[in-house]
Design a protein around this ligand. Structure first.
Ligand SMILES: [Zn+2]
Length: 196
């Protein structure tokens, strides 16, 4: 076994620090030395974590500002170059999914998927997703449940005979009524004739 393999098989992630491995230089990231696969993996997951966490952080910050700043909060939102709908989505999710209900192994989108549910339900679904390694799509599908085959909605149309509304492909009640009424009238007339 080579030294590199041994290193990778026995991860020592506790000792790793992002700033020891890479230099964050404005909009550029510069590795300080050649990275092992394990180190690159560490940098990748750390940076990915920053991206995921920032959505929660922005949402929490703006919810806090909304509560405490009143009018100025609207100004804060207006003046950002971020998409307002995106920020409002962050705020909604952070408002709905309380901090101790959040899983750092799941993406922001996982949390967004359960944000319309009650806290107990959120907990159950997020736990299932985290422990099952579900994708966001899988989580949404599971929440939605098995697709129920819906009966096609009956089409309603004007009857070409009597112009009343009828269900397409079925007998027209309007015409049926007219027919029965005609029969009834004919009977009445016949009876009257008999009594004469
Ligand atoms: Zn009809």
């Amino acid at each position: 076994m080579t030294e590199t393999q041994a290193e990778y098989l026995v991860p020592d992630a506790g000792k790793m620090e992002l700033n020891d491995l890479v230099q964050q230089d404005g909009l550029a990231l510069r590795p300080k030395a050649a990275l092992t696969l394990q180190q690159a993996d560490y940098v990748l997951s750390t940076l990915w974590g920053v991206k995921e966490r920032s959505q929660f952080y922005l949402g929490d910050l703006l919810n806090f500002c909304k509560e405490t700043m009143g009018e100025s909060y609207a100004q804060l939102i207006d003046e950002t170059h971020y998409n307002i709908k995106t920020l409002q989505n962050y705020m909604w999710v952070c408002n709905r999914v309380r901090p101790n209900g959040r899983w750092d192994t799941l993406s922001f989108d996982h949390h967004a998927s359960v944000s319309a549910l009650e806290p107990e339900e959120q907990d159950q679904w997020l736990e299932l997703a985290a422990k099952g390694g579900w994708s966001c799509r899988r989580l949404r599908d599971e929440i939605r449940g098995p697709k129920v085959e819906k009966e096609p909605k009956p089409k309603v149309a004007r009857c070409p005979e009597c112009t009343r509304w009828m269900v397409e492909g079925q007998e027209c009640f309007g015409c049926k009524y007219d027919e029965l009424y005609e029969q009834f009238e004919a009977q009445q007339t016949a009876q009257k004739e008999d009594w004469k």
